[in-house]
Design a binder for this molecule. Structure first.
Ligand code: NAP
Length: 290
């Protein structure tokens, strides 16, 4: 791709950013769709986030992605915020407007598109959600907003899961999220559930770790979706499969959160064929490095 006087710049702000796969997603899309745009990682030192956002706008950057640890903190530097992102309290995409950036959360729409592409339904489903950190909190919102019948939300720390459940239930006006400790999974009514793994347990290099190790838990799962994508197959996924369930990792979520950001920046719709091409490229990266 030729960089010239009209090239638009997007990037990822975070700390660290060295391991990101987002440049692969965006630069491949720009090439395939013929957009004169480049996407680069932008390391931002602690305490310099505000300066970074103001500077990016002044430098005419088209858009930014935001990653750990700045997804909540960045909200204070925005001109506007999308309703869903505001409710979730986390922003991962900044879109340029006339007088500042508007913040969106494409992680959750990304997860939804990833699930839809695998024929996994949220509407009317009984769900078990593991974790109550930043990602799981957003998943709880997604499930509530998309009409899950019930979400048993299990976390190690009780206060945290109580607080998230209360907040989400209040926001959607129904008691859809049931907070529980991890050890209380046995109290979940019998049946088969969609289970979403939203803790950081099992993330490489701790690939033998799993947040609930008891086999009985996996008997309850018809489909397991792990937000983690490194390793390619987590222990949670292996145990789900061993008990007859289907299991998916978080790579498609990563893919679609990126695609939605790209669509917002460039006012286009990315085709499923292009999405699949990028997915294969990401997947090859894992096959080579996993
Ligand atoms: P976070 O805010 O730090 O939350 C961590 C969660 O894991 C909390 O619920 C925490 O429980 C739980 N946890 C950590 N260590 C534990 C242990 N030893 N035993 C039991 N529970 C433990 O992290 P996050 O931002 O939500 O991210 C969670 C995961 O989602 C990460 O692995 C991240 O890679 C993944 N993710 C993937 C995507 C994607 O695009 N696929 C996007 C976002 C996040 P306590 O509350 O008890 O501490």
């Amino acid at each position: 791709m030729e960089i010239n006087g009209k090239t638009r710049i997007c990037g990822l702000i975070g700390n660290p950013v060295e391991h990101t796969l987002s440049p692969m997603i965006h630069n491949t899309l720009a090439q395939r769709l013929g957009h004169n745009m480049v996407y680069v990682p932008l390391f931002v030192e602690q305490d310099r986030l505000k300066e970074a956002v103001v500077g990016a706008f002044a430098l005419n950057l088209l858009g930014l992605n935001v990653t750990v640890p700045y997804k909540s903190e960045v909200i204070a530097s925005l001109r506007e915020i999308d309703e869903l992102a505001k409710k979730i309290g986390a922003v991962n995409t900044l879109v340029r407007t006339a007088d500042g950036y508007k913040g969106y959360n494409t992680d959750m729409e990304g997860l939804y598109r990833a699930m839809t592409s695998e024929d996994i339904r949220i509407e009317g489903e009984q769900i078990m959600l593991l974790g109550a950190g930043g990602a799981a909190r957003a998943v709880a919102y997604l499930c509530a907003v998309k009409g899950a019948a019930r979400v048993y939300m299990l976390n190690r720390t009780g206060d945290k899961v109580q607080a998230v459940a209360q907040e989400v239930n209040h926001a959607v006006g129904r008691e859809v999220i049931v907070p529980m400790l991890l050890t209380e999974y046995r109290n979940i009514p019998d049946g088969k559930y969609l289970a979403i793994q939203g803790t950081s347990v099992g993330l490489a290099p701790h690939v033998e770790d799993v947040v609930i190790a008891e086999e009985a838990f996996y008997e309850k799962i018809h489909t397991g979706f792990d937000l983690i994508y490194s390793p390619w197959e987590t222990k949670f996924m292996k145990m789900t499969k061993a008990h007859g369930g289907r299991a998916y990792n978080g790579l498609k979520m990563l893919l679609y959160q990126g695609i939605i950001a790209y669509e917002l920046w460039n006012h286009v719709t990315v085709s499923e064929a292009d999405a699949q091409t990028i997915y294969e490229k990401l997947k090859a990266h894992f096959t080579l490095t996993d």
